[in-house]
Design a protein around this ligand. Structure first.
Ligand SMILES: C[S@@+](CC[C@H](N)C(=O)[O-])C[C@H]1O[C@@H](n2cnc3c(N)ncnc32)[C@H](O)[C@@H]1O
Length: 247
């Protein structure tokens, strides 16, 4: 596994919302998160991206802050937020968050973004950041896939997705289960020179995330199979987990 984690570059940022179309799931996520907040609640999103979740939460009257490691993603967010409803900064959520010294009612880390921290140390550092920014009584919400099907993958996987009438994306996925690492490549084919990015994810199983969270001073409060609060079960492909501070 030699690939380095790539940030979302300009080209990938440009098709990001076609990779993850805004649909009922985003709406359900926003409903779920809004339901955890009092009116005018304070929210910090780690890996805020283009504001898929953050903008609708701000529209509901919450004060939303965010950090992201990609200037290209933040540029898209600013385009969608011309009045600056959201406060977002360039930064790495596995490093001390010096731009954010306030505390928040809700800290979020959604859409598998936790797994971009590619070692257990980096994952604990990320969880510590979440813990340190939580106000007393606040909640931390993490959404991630269940890695079970990937953990047993023996051969690289290849797939293709439609992005729009003139653009497709070629995806490859390789798993090293000894390190719990996945390397995904995304190649955008849009008529111009193809552009490939590599993403490394360090996947973790839900109970392992709970242990890492405990090391960071967080404890699990509830776990769902999705944003509609479906019961979490052996067949759940992912989980929405809610944590609180242990002190
Ligand atoms: C899958 S996207 C999710 C974006 C947004 N949360 C959403 O739900 O649409 C992951 C985001 O995390 C950002 N990211 C990746 N590693 C990061 C890091 N170490 N620190 C801050 N942001 C990071 C990426 O630039 C990208 O915008």
């Amino acid at each position: 596994m030699i690939a380095q984690n790539a940030h979302y570059n300009e080209k990938l940022a440009g098709v990001y919302e076609q990779m993850y179309p805004i649909g009922f799931d985003t709406t359900a996520a926003v409903e779920f998160l809004d339901g955890m907040l009092e009116p005018g609640g304070k929210v910090l999103e780690l890996g805020i991206g283009t504001g898929r979740i953050a903008l609708p939460l701000a529209e509901r009257g919450h004060e939303v802050h965010g950090v992201d490691g990609s200037e290209a993603m933040l540029a898209r967010l600013r385009e969608k937020d011309p009045h600056g409803a959201i406060t977002a900064a360039l930064g790495d959520f596995t490093q001390p968050l010096t731009d954010f010294d306030e505390s928040y009612d809700l800290v979020t880390l959604v859409l598998n973004t936790f797994f971009v921290a590619v070692s257990k140390e980096a994952q604990v550092a990320c969880l510590r950041n979440a813990r340190e920014r939580l106000a007393p009584g606040g909640r931390f919400v993490l959404e991630a896939f269940d890695p079970s099907p990937y953990h047993v993958m023996e051969k690289p996987d290849f797939s293709m997705r439609y992005l729009n009438e003139s653009t497709v994306m070629l995806d490859t996925l390789t798993v090293d289960k000894t390190q719990q690492l996945m390397v995904a490549t995304h190649t955008i084919v849009d008529g111009g020179p193809p552009s490939t990015t590599h993403h490394v994810l360090r996947y973790a199983f839900p109970l392992e995330i709970d242990l890492l969270a405990e090391l960071a001073g967080l404890r699990l409060v509830e776990r769902w199979s999705g944003w509609y609060q479906e019961p979490y079960s052996v067949t759940s492909p992912r989980h929405v987990s809610v944590y609180e501070r242990t002190d």
